[in-house]
Design a protein around this ligand. Structure first.
Ligand code: SF4
Length: 185
């Protein structure tokens, strides 16, 4: 876990004000990317592979993804948990996923006033436009595009451990994660 500075305290406050459940800091030197995670994307169980600029293969090889994150010295991992009716509550999971995307957008919007440059990653693919331009034309909103943590090859449970926050938050809940990479120094 990385030490807090005045800047990171400010960013944590903004994240909390936007409705995050937990936040924690990681030194980007500790980040590892895994080909197995990218392989899971390729299996396309989430049906996002090759559909938007937020997912593989558009995000590039995992080594390039890691280099993009490591242009910054710190990752602020943030999460939000959502209640489910039971562990089969698929609609609740989808609603939580969409709510988390909106949270990440609100956090991103709030950051734009105080922080530049940075890299924001979030969950799943991108559902911003009714029809994505991928692969025929550039993304319509590149400044608001949040690639998924898994697309980058990160093991999210490992990130949660490094950040000192919960990966799982109890029965009948689902937790989604995003990350802000920024420079403290
Ligand atoms: S913002 Fe629109 S064009 Fe860009 S990746 Fe998302 S859906 Fe596609």
């Amino acid at each position: 876990m990385r030490e807090n500075t005045y800047l990171s305290e400010q960013l944590i406050k903004i994240a909390k004000d936007c409705g995050t459940y937990q936040v924690g800091l990681i030194s980007t030197k500790d980040l590892i990317v895994y080909p197995e995670v990218r392989d899971m994307c390729k299996m396309n169980t989430c049906r996002g592979y090759g559909t938007t600029w937020a997912c593989p293969p558009a995000v590039g090889p995992i080594e390039e993804c890691l280099a993009k994150a490591q242009q910054y010295d710190t990752m602020l991992l943030f999460s939000c948990k959502y209640d489910l009716e039971d562990s089969f509550d698929y609609e609740g999971m989808v609603a939580g996923m969409e709510a988390f995307k909106q949270l990440a957008c609100a956090f991103d919007h709030a950051l734009k006033q105080t922080l530049q440059p940075y890299l924001m990653l979030a969950n799943e693919g991108c559902h911003k436009c009714k029809s994505c331009t991928y692969p025929d034309a550039p993304c319509r909103f590149p400044d608001e595009l949040h690639a998924s943590l898994e697309a980058y090859g990160f093991n999210v449970s490992e990130l949660a451990r490094l950040a000192g926050i919960n990966y799982i938050n109890g029965q009948n809940t689902v937790t989604y994660f995003g990350a802000l990479c920024f420079n403290q120094t």
